[in-house]
Design a protein around this ligand. Structure first.
Ligand code: FAD
Length: 437
């Protein structure tokens, strides 16, 4: 038994070959330690889905030359925020910056994750695909290895990067069962269109991309948003809605997606396209308040498994990559000190606290509770009123403007009492000051 353990022992095991896992593994390999990256899928990315945009700063921090060979579909040059109405109109705010276009890029997760693992293997990471980690092996309160469907493996440190529904962090008691209010269910279709059609419909230069976020419409009043991202020869259309709202309103996400696709703003962008892919996945949305314990003797938790997502700015993969890197660095420092206990691994949390990840998550900690509590106002009523305002503003029909705006104001206050408006305004101001504090 002792001999078996030695044969199957490496310095570090990383579970999950998503952005968090691969970043942790390559960091450890660069420090000269023996690391195995274990993934249940047939290849990295085979089990993963997301909207489509990765922030370049994080990709660069892990793979500085990624732009030269990574499977990038398009760099995002156009960001649009669209308030959809229940009718067929919408209000769009569009920000474009061709020169700052390399801030983020669109890539397919299957391609990106596979490319990342290939780079990591070149730097010494041993990759074990098609290997399901069933349990962590814990001896005398310390994590010492993993039980897989193949065999047991041992390591001084295990980095847990197994995604949003981390069964392994749960096994250790580091986190609880997912609460429906802390996750959003994302569904997405990828629709094939020619390169020229995409560039024409989205008004893009060749190779430039668009990231469009959609508020209101089919999910007005629910805690949810839609999105459209442009690949080179296809477009991703999807949405994320709180599991709690779906449960309470007995709604099916693909029905919501169909309704979203039928809004004229969306339908004319995807018209004539061929459905290539349909997928669904959970997104952690609970923020700082739902973050689990991040380390214990012999183990650390990174990425979605640690609920590290900033939903306001659509940041998930960059948090995953940088948290994975910090977990990897902490592991290397643990070898220098020969201390794999929680006493030393708490350094991982300190690194996160000193970085944009926890600084932002702490600043945004009240956003989700405020928005979920007031989603019918902030994500339903007010966006609808913005559209109504512009409908009146842009319509000239022989009616005096004053009368029309007086009617608009009367309707506005008829459906929201002064006290409701006041409490929404206070909540909004508190939120802004909370973030700026
Ligand atoms: C609909 C949707 C849209 C999104 N849009 C964006 C976006 O546009 N931009 C952005 O930055 N983020 C986005 N995100 C969030 C982003 O996808 C995640 O934050 C990110 O993938 C987290 O990376 P990770 O490595 O922590 O976890 P994951 O990417 O989930 O990787 C976990 C890996 O662990 C493996 N695994 C799990 N359990 C085991 C086990 N027991 N044994 C072995 N392997 C295991 C899985 O197969 C998987 O490969 C979106 C998410 C969704 C669902």
């Amino acid at each position: 038994m002792q001999e078996d353990k030695k044969q199957n022992k490496v310095d570090v095991i990383v579970v999950g070959a998503g952005p968090a896992g691969v970043s942790a593994a390559v960091t450890v390999a660069r420090g000269g330690k023996k690391v195995v990256l274990v993934e249940r899928g047939t290849f990295a990315g085979s089990k993963n889905m997301y909207g489509g945009v990765i922030y370049s700063h994080a990709a660069k921090e892990i793979f500085p030359d990624f732009e030269q060979s990574a499977p990038i579909e398009r760099f995002v040059e156009r960001h649009s925020y669209v308030l959809l109405s229940d009718e067929d109109d919408c209000t769009e705010i569009c920000y474009r910056n061709p020169s700052h276009g390399k801030n983020s890029f669109v890539t397919a997760r299957g391609d990106w994750d596979r490319w990342c693992v290939e780079q990591a293997m070149k730097e010494g990471v041993y990759f074990a695909p098609q290997t399901l980690v069933k349990n962590l092996i814990v001896e005398n309160g310390k994590v010492v290895g993993i039980t897989t469907d193949v065999e047991d493996y041992y390591a001084d440190i295990v980095i847990i990067a197994d995604g949003v529904n981390s069964l392994l962090a749960k096994q250790l008691g580091l986190r609880e069962r997912i609460k429906p209010g802390n996750v959003v269910l994302g569904v997405k279709e990828v629709i094939k269109l020619s390169e020229e059609t995409i560039e024409k419909r989205f008004a893009l230069y060749p190779n430039a991309g668009a990231a469009i976020e959609l508020v209101g419409g089919p999910f007005a009043g629910m805690f949810g948003l839609g999105f459209i991202y442009t690949n080179k020869n296809s477009v991703a259309v999807g949405l994320g809605v709180s599991l709690e709202d779906l449960k309470n309103k007995k709604l099916k996400p693909y029905e919501l997606l169909d309704t979203l696709k039928s809004h004229p703003y969306v339908s004319r962008l995807i018209e004539g396209g061929e459905l290539l892919e349909y997928s669904a996945h959970l997104i952690p949305e609970g923020g700082y308040k739902s973050m689990p314990v991040l380390y214990t003797d012999g183990a650390m938790v990174a990425g979605d498994a640690a609920m590290l997502v900033n939903n306001v700015h659509f940041e998930g993969t960059n948090f995953a990559m940088i948290s994975g890197k910090y977990a990897g660095e902490t592991a290397l420092e643990a070898f220098e000190k020969n201390d794999f206990s929680a006493n030393h691994l708490c350094l991982y949390k300190k690194k996160l606290l000193n970085s944009f990840i926890l600084k932002d998550l702490i600043a945004y900690k009240d956003v989700v509770p405020t928005l979920t509590g007031r989603s019918s106002s902030f994500l339903g009523y007010y966006p609808e009123k913005v559209n109504e305002f512009f409908r009146i503003f842009t319509t000239t029909d022989g009616q005096p403007k004053k009368e029309k705006f007086q009617k608009f104001a009367k309707n506005f206050f008829a459906k929201r009492s002064l006290s409701e408006l006041f409490s929404d305004a206070v909540a909004g101001i508190k939120l802004i000051f909370g973030i700026l504090k």
